[in-house]
Design a protein around this ligand. Structure first.
Ligand code: PSV
Ligand code: MN
Length: 397
């Protein structure tokens, strides 16, 4: 039976009310590729500017209450910077989100951090993660997102198994320091910066390490951290099934870890991931997933790209919410393949923009967040204020 228009709207509105996504502080700063940076006048340099940009995105989308912080970039003095962050939280009505230790910039980490063959380096890395946990505790942040650059560049140069053992020990140690409501999210990545072997290369390794670390550890899926053609929604289904799905770093990719805006290359993939999550929730699996964005914008305007990402995520979330999963289950059971696929794809093709627009109007948000950003003068204002620090040099000028 066809649902009435108002029932569809209610379902979409319920899905949007429950959807929040965390934005990264580093998405507002000047970043580039290893070949160079194209600086932007509006790029944020200070933590206050990052909070200010996050508040603008929240005002326009209503879906981003928290800002992910990277310890070395945002709290260079560690716990001593916590009061400053608390002031910014209050001034901008944005809460600190996941806390990201930085285990990849210190010179000590040349041969690894938590997997380094040198005892002193591992101790140093554990110390940094413990300080990050303390920061998270003081800020009331639930999640510590751990990503390691560790690996090796040449066959035979490191003992892969010894490094697994060191990593297990380190993770057990840091897990023991978590508060009762905190979680340790373990992110995997198959390549970069190491070229030969990466210590946490895939979701199987992350799952094992999460189990070894303790009951508050989970797996973090960064959509850019997969080989081409990998079936990410299947990984998501497995992690839901095994109770290990902790959260996502969303971005899109064409080749490697490109950090493109969500859904820019393959929106169907995000839809398929969201379908698994809705299906899991309908089956009673509600693991408190952290939806986060991990993108850096080299060419697109940073605030504009972040708003575009959040709006796209909301649209794909609604499309997936509206899949008629009862009918789909019947078609799957009777192996009615084409009808099942058409139902599924039909939900993806559906234009949900009138629904998201209606929801925004009902919630007192701008009906078109990107247009509102273009018209409200925020980017122009901060460009003027920040321009002195973000000078661009053209060799032809
Ligand atoms: C590594 O590529 C990563 O995905 C990790 O999440 C880091 O914290 C982040 O990017 C830094 O940009
Ligand atoms: Mn990531």
């Amino acid at each position: 039976m066809k649902q009435s228009e108002s029932a569809v709207f209610d379902q979409a509105a319920q899905a949007l009310d429950s959807f929040q996504i965390e934005i990264p502080s580093w998405g507002f700063a000047n970043t580039g590729t290893r070949f160079g940076k194209f600086t932007q006048a509006a790029a944020a340099s200070t933590l206050a500017e990052k909070f200010s940009d996050a508040a603008e995105v929240k005002r326009l989308t209503g879906a981003t209450p928290t800002l992910a912080l990277h310890v070395l970039w945002d709290l260079p003095n560690g716990v001593r910077d916590v009061p400053q962050v608390q002031n910014l939280e209050e001034s901008f009505a944005i809460r600190a989100g996941s806390i990201n230790p930085n285990l990849f910039q210190d010179q000590a980490y040349k041969y690894g951090s938590l997997c380094s063959p040198e005892d002193k380096v591992r101790e140093h890395a554990v110390g940094h993660v413990l300080e990050s946990i303390e920061i998270a505790k003081r800020l009331g942040s639930r999640d510590l997102s751990l990503w390691l650059p560790d690996g090796s560049n040449y066959p035979g140069t490191q003992s892969i198994r010894k490094r697994i053992g060191w990593l297990e020990d380190a993770l057990r140690t840091v897990h023991a320091h978590l508060g009762p409501d905190q979680r340790l999210l373990i992110e995997y990545k198959p390549f970069e910066p190491a070229f030969y072997h990466t210590d946490i290369a895939d979701w199987g390794m992350s799952s094992h390490l999460a189990r070894e670390a303790g009951s508050q550890a989970r797996v973090l899926v960064d959509t850019g951290h997969h080989y081409s053609a990998q079936n990410i929604e299947q990984i998501v289904a497995w992690l839901l099934h095994t109770g290990l799905l902790g959260g996502f770093h969303f971005n899109d990719r064409r080749y490697a870890d490109d950090d493109l805006t969500l859904g820019s290359i393959d929106p169907y993939q995000i839809f398929r991931i969201f379908h698994e999550i809705h299906a899991g929730a309908e089956d009673g699996l509600d693991p408190g997933i952290a939806f986060m964005i991990d993108q850096s914008h080299n060419l697109k305007g940073k605030i504009e790209a972040t708003v575009q990402t959040v709006v796209t995520a909301q649209e794909l979330w609604v499309k997936a919410a509206l899949v008629d999963r009862k009918q789909l289950a019947r078609l799957q059971q009777s192996c009615d393949l084409v009808a099942a696929e058409e139902l599924f794809r039909g939900a993806f093709w559906r234009d949900v923009r009138p629904l998201t627009r209606g929801w925004r109007e009902a919630r007192g948000l701008p009906a078109d967040p990107l247009e509102a950003l273009r018209n409200d003068g925020y980017v122009e204002r901060v460009s003027r204020e920040r321009a002195g620090r973000n000078t661009t040099v053209n060799s032809y000028a």
